[in-house]
Design a protein around this ligand. Structure first.
Ligand SMILES: Nc1nc2c(c(=O)[nH]1)N[C@H]1C(S)=C(S)[C@@H](COP(=O)(O)OP(=O)(O)OC[C@H]3O[C@@H](n4cnc5c(=O)[nH]c(N)nc54)[C@H](O)[C@@H]3O)O[C@H]1N2
Ligand SMILES: Nc1nc2c(c(=O)[nH]1)N[C@H]1C(S)=C(S)[C@@H](COP(=O)(O)OP(=O)(O)OC[C@H]3O[C@@H](n4cnc5c(=O)[nH]c(N)nc54)[C@H](O)[C@@H]3O)O[C@H]1N2
Ligand code: SF4
Ligand SMILES: [Mo]
Length: 689
């Protein structure tokens, strides 16, 4: 076992060596992990009992996957592969690293010479969030001047823009450690019971605060809350204004704070006055008394507001985020212990880590050509624009919208495609060359998440499986094969990790971090964001009215609009985070696949009765973009007119290669070309009972 030192034996008994590491998944929790040696070259991966967040346990999915598919030589890619059958067929033969890299270098050089560097489209996202593995490959991308897919648009871009307009940043939210000081926590379009299970189990339940959940679905988080506002999807901005109306009614606005720190509050007063809870009840489906009860809980203060990433994946998601952010703005719930708002914490940035250094952005001459996630299929289908497509840390043929069109684009014979992953994903199946990535258990790195304010150690706990290599090593070798010479492309891991720790002000070496496991920003003390009352907007104040919004063609202020209800016979389809998968990761773990069962669609009992649907019925779920067959589950977890199916299955592992993502045509929402996947509408019909 690497990293943690040699084996130790005491009186003939075998004492396993243990290594502390951190989970680098795209998850709020960033759990500490202990890895110990097990039989047959395998390791045992468990939660670190000393880690403040993990408290000795991994989530259900990682507990299985890290001891399952992550160490399964039958599922992991063990060597580079060259395609032998048609694109998508999954027919490959193993080749050496030398052969694979020299072929990629030759093909990329030819594309660049003939069509320019912009004809190479690169795409990566959050498969692993550890700093070296997620950012170092971009040094290569910058050095060759390739085009890039902005895959943030598939996830959270609208919310970022909305809160940048309102607060000046969306990357500095409350410190979760301040929950102990809060008297109310509002979770709006967030389901930590799935997406942040340790935060749900410990952070939320142990806080003395009363909790309010605003979600169309009665999630496990909602079922556990003091109050659940089960609104119609897409009616959140109307609800926000009604909450403001109710707060105003009980004199909960902080007029001194508004006068000093808020720009343009007067411009929304008329809307607040007309949006009574009674009006909102008819628009949102939430009883007026519950709206008033939520306002009363929030008004007690100090109060925290957590807006989930699911919240803004709706047609007017940007406006919704601006409207939800009005709660802390008008009540002055910010800058004090237990008061604040949160969408994302860019922990690396908050720690002082320099992304420009990590990605060597100075190597690029001029701005990159950017493709938004939702236009990926159309842009790739146009044969002249891109001649090569390189993908790592993401599996768009499972996660993207317009899935049918994207598959067609990936079948292009003249599109040279490379995919780097741990597994033969749906995306990898379309590649000309597939390169095997090492897992986080197999190399040193540093993690920085987006909720808890700490950096974690990622320590090598076992050798890479087969010939797999960490992302950063693969891109170093590719740079050499391309005869590139900038020294940044070859900087050693240890040197980068040392730099990162220095930038973050860590008072020790990587070896120290390896021993301690974790480095908390601000030591023991919670960080109080915006304590000085300054917001990084142009005016230095919270901008309820925003000239920047106007210049982007958006309304000057958030508005209390709601999406129209689906037409008769149509349903709104939500597809949020599953408990058994992390995005589309782990869909190929056989034990997790068994536990999660067949792909299901949750339907309200009244809708089910009207259509003759019973639990277990095969349902055709269809719209103009496509159709899939899902197994019905009748439950009042969802409101009437809304259906829900959890995201993250691999089409190649489903009957008819189906996926709910066939149903999203990629129409963007109202800000930043960002995903509106929770805004999809479908019709239902019974295939078989
Ligand atoms: N219907 C629907 N679709 C959605 C969403 C939704 O809510 N509904 N949500 C969207 C959101 S929020 C997101 S973020 C996207 C995410 O979609 P993806 O980016 O496709 O999801 P991940 O599972 O994070 O994909 C990561 C891939 O990286 C690989 N990987 C892991 N570690 C490494 C590594 O060290 N090196 C390399 N090279 N690869 C590695 C994994 O094996 C996996 O195949 O999906 C979006 N799709
Ligand atoms: N287990 C697990 N954990 C994950 C992931 C995963 O796939 N699985 N994915 C990771 C990633 S990439 C992300 S971005 C986050 C996402 O995790 P979250 O931020 O929690 O977001 P979602 O799961 O997309 O949606 C959260 C809730 O929003 C609700 N919602 C949908 N539409 C509306 C609406 O119109 N109004 C309101 N108020 N609520 C609505 C959904 O019903 C859902 O319960 O989780 C991360 N963690
Ligand atoms: S995915 Fe999240 S909850 Fe699961 S072990 Fe990793 S950090 Fe913890
Ligand atoms: Mo995401």
């Amino acid at each position: 076992m690497g990293g943690g030192g040699g084996k130790s034996h005491a009186k003939g008994d075998y004492v396993p060596v243990s290594v502390k590491t951190t989970c680098p998944r795209d998850c709020y929790d960033t759990c500490g992990i202990v890895v110990t040696e097990a039989a047959n070259g395998r390791v045992q991966v468990t939660g670190d009992p000393d880690h403040a967040i993990a408290r000795g346990a991994l989530c259900a999915k990682c507990g299985v996957a890290y001891n399952g598919v992550f160490q399964d030589a039958g599922e992991r890619l063990l060597s580079p592969l060259r395609r032998t059958g048609p694109k998508g067929s999954g027919e490959f033969i193993p080749v050496s690293w030398e052969e694979a890299l020299s072929e990629i270098a030759t093909r990329l050089k030819a594309a660049i010479a003939k069509h320019g560097a912009e004809s190479v489209l690169t795409m990566n996202y959050s498969g692993t969030m550890s700093l070296l593995a997620s950012t170092f490959p971009n040094r290569f991308v910058n050095a060759i001047g390739a085009s890039v897919v902005d895959y943030g648009t598939i996830c959270n871009r609208a919310g970022k823009i909305a809160w940048e307009l309102l607060f000046g940043t969306a990357s500095a939210g409350f410190d979760p450690r301040t929950a102990k000081d809060a008297s109310c926590i509002v979770l709006w379009g967030a389901n930590p019971a799935h997406s942040a299970p340790h935060a749900q189990r410990h952070w939320l339940r142990e806080s003395p605060a009363r909790t309010v959940v605003i979600d169309p679905a009665r999630t496990a988080t909602a079922a556990d809350a003091d109050l659940h506002l089960q609104l119609r999807p897409g009616s959140d901005a109307a609800l926000a204004f009604a909450l403001l109306n109710a707060l105003d009614e009980i004199d909960a606005f902080d007029e001194a704070f508004i006068a000093e720190r808020v720009e343009g509050a007067g411009e929304i007063r008329a809307d607040i006055l007309r949006c009574t809870p009674e009006w909102a009840a008819s628009v949102t489906g939430v009883p007026a008394r519950d709206i008033r009860a939520a306002a009363e809980l929030y008004a007690r203060g100090p109060a925290l507001l957590w807006c989930g990433q699911g919240l803004q994946r709706q047609p007017r998601g940007g406006n919704v985020m601006r409207a939800a952010g009005l709660l802390p703005a008008m009540t002055g719930n910010v800058g004090k212990p237990g008061a604040g708002f949160y969408y994302l914490n860019d922990v690396a940035e908050l720690a002082g880590v320099d992304y420009d250094y990590l990605e060597a952005s100075h190597l690029r001459n001029g701005p990159a050509r950017v493709v938004h996630a939702l236009e990926l299929a159309d842009r790739l289908l146009a044969p002249e624009e891109f001649r090569a497509f390189m993908v790592w840390n993401t599996n768009p043929l499972a996660s993207s919208g317009s899935l049918d069109k994207l598959r067609e684009a990936c079948r292009r014979d003249d599109l040279f495609t490379v995919c780097v992953d741990l597994f033969l994903t749906d995306t990898a199946r379309y590649a000309d060359l597939v390169l095997p990535a090492a897992s986080f258990l197999e190399f040193d790195d540093i993690t920085a998440g987006y909720f808890h304010l700490n950096l974690g150690v990622q320590a090598k706990a076992r050798p890479p499986l087969g010939d797999s290599l960490p992302n950063h090593d693969i891109f170093r070798r590719l740079a050499a094969a391309m005869d590139l010479s900038a020294p940044e492309l070859f900087e050693e891991d240890a040197a980068v990790l040392k730099q990162v720790l220095e930038q973050a002000g860590y008072p020790g070496s990587f070896a120290d971090l390896r021993r301690n496991g974790v480095f908390w920003l601000n030591g023991e003390k919670p960080v109080i964001m915006f304590a000085d009352g300054h917001f990084p907007t142009p005016s230095g104040r919270i901008e309820v009215a925003s000239a920047r919004a106007e210049s982007l063609g958006l309304p000057r202020c958030p508005t209390p609009e709601a999406d129209p209800s689906p037409a008769e016979g149509r349903f709104r389809l939500l597809s949020p985070a599953s408990m058994w998968r992390l995005n589309d990761s782990y869909a190929n773990d056989s034990r997790l696949a068994r536990r999660s069962g067949p792909a299901e669609l949750i339907v309200h009992p009244d809708d089910a009765a009207a259509l003759g649907i019973v639990t277990g019925a095969a349902l055709r779920v269809a719209n103009a973009a496509g159709e899939v067959v899902l197994s019905a589950r009748v439950s009042d977890e969802v409101p009437r007119g809304t259906v829900l199916s959890y995201k993250g299955r691999w089409p190649s592992r489903e009957t008819d290669r189906a996926s709910i993502n066939l149903l999203y045509d990629g129409t963007p929402n109202d800000m930043g070309e960002s995903s509106a996947v929770h805004g999809v509408e479908v019709s239902l019909s019974i295939v078989a009972i």
